[in-house]
Design a protein around this ligand. Sequence first.
Ligand SMILES: [Zn+2]
Length: 62
Amino acid sequence: MAVPKRKTSKSKTASRKAQNTKKPIARASSCSQCGAPAMPHHVCTSCGYYNGRQVLSVSSEE
Ligand SMILES: [Zn+2]
């Protein structure tokens, strides 16, 4: 069985585990209807519009 020749240093371990941090969600686009930040290619959660038409009925909007 293969055995590691050297103990992995703390620096090497830490720099590897730095890749596992949770990155913030990119909010690059905003809703064209209400201007709220929205995920691209997703229905707007604040007004329920997608691609210029209402596809969801949001209870807060009346
Ligand atoms: Zn919207």
